[in-house]
Design a protein around this ligand. Structure first.
Ligand SMILES: NC(=O)c1ccc[n+]([C@@H]2O[C@H](COP(=O)([O-])OP(=O)(O)OC[C@H]3O[C@@H](n4cnc5c(N)ncnc54)[C@H](O)[C@@H]3O)[C@@H](O)[C@H]2O)c1
Ligand SMILES: O=c1ccn([C@@H]2O[C@H](COP(=O)(O)OP(=O)(O)O[C@H]3O[C@H](CO)[C@@H](O)[C@H](O)[C@H]3O)[C@@H](O)[C@H]2O)c(=O)[nH]1
Length: 440
C-alpha cells in the first residue's frame, strides 16, 4: 500500500520506517526542511536503537522518502497517518491540538479521492469526531475522507520493536470500510498474531490516556512507597520484586526512581486528569492529581536524599550527574527528571557537571547553564558526589575501582537502584540507593 506519515518526530520516524519494513511504500512529511533533508539522506535525527539501519535500508531501496509537501503526500497515498505533536497547552493541563488540526487543514484541499486518515497522536477524547467534521467540510472528497484513531503505545528506546511487535493494536473506527483499511495496513502484523482491538473512536482515544495515566500512577505509587521504605529502613527493591510476583500487580513499570519524565507520561497524566475533571469524574481526577503531586515532589525528594548522604547542603559541592535523558535508550530530554535534579542542585549553588552517553547535545539546548562532559571518566574528575539519575548500562558497567582514583570524594547516590552497591562499597565508595537502607 502507499501510505504517508505526517509528522516526523519520535513517533513518526520509527513509524514510517516500520511501515516501509512491513512492505508499504511510504512518504514521511514534516514542516522542518532541515530534518527532511537529513532523513532523505538516510540520516537519523534521533537516537533510537535499530532506527538508523531501517532508515538507511528503506531510503536506499526507494520504499521510503520524505517531503515537506502535503500535496505530494496526498497525490501519493490513500492512507495518511497523523503523527504530529500534541504538547501541553499554555494552561499547562490540556493538549494543544494545534498541530493536529493545522496538519488536517493543510492536507484537506489536496484530498480529492476517498482516503483514510489514521490518527496516532495522543489526543483529547472527541478529537476524531471534530477532525472528521472539519475534513468533511474542507476536503473536496468530503465524507469520503474517513478518520480512524489508532493510538500508539511505543516506548522510546524500543520504538522499532514496539511498532513491529506491539502488545496490541487499538483502533477506533467510524465504519466497517475504515476497519478493512486498517486491517490491510497492519496485515503483516496481524498475520503474526498481534491482537487487534477494534472499538469506537472515543473509546480508542480514552484507552490511550487511561494506559498512560495508569503507568504514571503505578510509578508514583512505588515512588511513594520508596519514601516509606526509606523512613522504615526497608528495601523498596525487594518489596517490588515480591509484590510484582502477584499477576494482578505485575513487575513491569514498577521501578522506583526519580519520577516519570519524557514527552508523554507527564503531559498525558496531566491531560487525562483534566479530562476527568471536565467530564465530572471527580474521584478519578483526585486519584490522578495525587499521582501527579507525587511526581512533582520527586526532584525535591532526591535532593533530600543527596543532602542526607553528604551530610550538608549541596551549595558549593562539585556534583556529577550521570544521565540527562529522561530514561535510558533515548536522547530525548523532554521533562527529564535527571535534568530537573541537576538544575535544582545548580540553583542551590552546587557546581554541576552532567554526563550522558547520548543526550548531551539535546540537554545543552534546554539547560545551557549546566556544565557537560562527553566522557564518563572526564565527568567524575574532582567530583565530591556522583548522582546516578538515568539507568544507562554504561553507568551500571562503570568500574568503581578505576573511578575511585579520579574523584575527590567517593560518594554516589543511585536514584535508579541500578548499581551493585556491594561491589562499589567494597571498592571504597559510600553508596546510597533510593528507598533502600543506608547500610545493608
Ligand atoms: N514519543 C513517543 O514515544 C510517543 C509514543 C506514543 C504516542 N506519542 C504521541 O505522538 C505524538 C507525536 O509525538 P512525538 O514525540 O513524535 O513528537 P515530536 O515533537 O517529536 O514530533 C512531532 C513532529 O510533527 C511535526 N509537525 C508539526 N506540525 C506539522 C504539520 N502541520 N505537518 C507536518 N509535520 C508537522 C513537527 O515538526 C515534529 O517533527 C504526540 O501526540 C505524542 O503524545 C508519542
Ligand atoms: O518502572 C518504571 C518505568 C518507567 N519509569 C519512568 O517513567 C518514564 C516513562 O517511561 P516509559 O514509559 O518507559 O517511556 P516512554 O517512552 O515515555 O513511553 C510511555 O509513553 C509513550 C507515549 O505515550 C507510550 O506510547 C508508552 O506506552 C509509555 O510507556 C521515564 O522517565 C522512566 O524512567 C519509572 O520511573 N519506573
Amino acid at each position: 500500500m502507499r501510505v504517508s506519515v505526517i509528522g516526523c518526530g519520535h513517533l513518526g520516524i520509527p513509524h514510517a520506517a516500520a511501515m516501509a519494513e512491513i512492505g508499504h511504500e511510504v512518504i514521511g512529511v514534516d514542516l522542518d526542511q532541515a530534518k527532511i533533508d537529513r532523513l532523505n539522506a538516510g540520516e537519523c535525527p534521533i537516537y533510537e536503537e535499530g532506527l538508523p539501519e531501517l532508515l538507511a535500508a528503506h531510503t536506499a531501496s526507494g520504499r521510503l522518502r520524505f517531503t515537506t509537501d502535503l500535496a505530494e503526500a496526498a497525490a501519493f497515498a490513500n492512507v495518511h497517518f497523523l503523527a504530529v505533536g500534541t504538547p501541553i497547552d499554555a494552561d499547562g493541563r490540556s493538549y494543544d491540538t494545534g498541530q493536529v488540526f493545522g496538519a488536517a487543514r493543510a492536507l484537506a484541499p489536496h484530498l480529492t479521492r476517498p482516503c483514510v486518515i489514521i490518527g496516532k497522536s495522543t489526543v483529547t477524547v472527541g478529537t476524531t469526531r471534530d477532525l472528521a467534521t472539519l475534513l468533511a467540510r474542507l476536503a473536496p472528497a468530503g465524507t469520503d475522507v474517513e478518520v480512524v484513531w489508532n493510538p500508539e503505545f511505543l516506548r522510546e528506546g524500543h520504538a522499532i520493536e514496539d511498532t513491529l511487535r506491539p502488545d496490541r493494536i487499538v483502533v477506533g473506527v467510524p465504519s466497517p470500510h475504515a476497519e478493512d483499511v486498517v486491517r490491510e495496513v497492519y496485515a503483516p502484523l496481524l498475520h503474526n498474531q498481534i491482537p487487534l482491538f477494534v472499538t469506537d473512536p472515543a473509546t480508542a482515544e480514552l484507552i490511550k490516556g487511561a494506559a498512560n495515566a495508569y503507568l504514571g500512577m503505578k510509578i508514583s505509587f512505588i515512588n511513594g512507597v520508596a519514601d516509606m521504605c526509606a523512613a522504615a529502613d526497608a528495601d523498596v527493591h525487594q518489596l517490588t520484586e515480591a509484590i510484582g510476583l502477584d499477576p494482578r500487580i505485575g513487575r513491569g513499570g514498577l521501578n522506583a526512581g526519580p519520577g516519570y519524565g519524557g514527552g508523554c507520561l507527564p503531559k498525558d497524566v496531566r491531560a487525562f486528569t483534566a479530562s476527568a475533571q471536565s467530564l465530572g469524574a471527580l474521584d478519578a481526577a483526585a486519584l490522578l492529581r495525587a499521582a501527579e503531586q507525587v511526581n512533582e515532589s520527586r526532584p525535591a525528594a532526591a535532593l533530600t536524599l543527596i543532602e542526607q548522604t553528604i551530610g550538608r547542603p549541596v551549595a558549593g559541592a562539585r556534583v556529577t550527574v550521570w544521565g540527562a535523558s529522561f530514561k535510558a535508550g533515548t536522547d530525548d530530554v523532554r521533562e527529564s527528571p535527571a535534568l530537573a535534579i541537576a538544575a535544582l542542585m545548580h540553583q542551590r549553588g552546587a557546581i554541576v557537571t552532567v554526563h550522558d552517553p547520548h543526550a548531551v547535545p539535546t540537554a545543552l539546548v534546554r539547560h545551557p547553564e549546566l556544565d557537560y562532559a562527553e566522557d564518563l571518566e572526564e565527568s567524575v574528575k574532582g567530583a565530591e558526589l556522583i548522582v546516578l539519575a538515568t539507568e544507562w548500562p554504561q553507568f551500571r558497567d562503570a568500574d568503581p575501582k578505576a573511578l575511585f582514583a579520579l574523584v575527590e570524594q567517593p560518594v554516589l547516590v543511585d536514584l535508579r537502584n541500578l548499581l551493585n552497591a556491594d561491589t562499589w562499597r567494597t571498592a571504597g565508595w559510600t553508596v546510597r540507593q533510593l528507598g533502600r537502607p543506608a547500610q545493608p
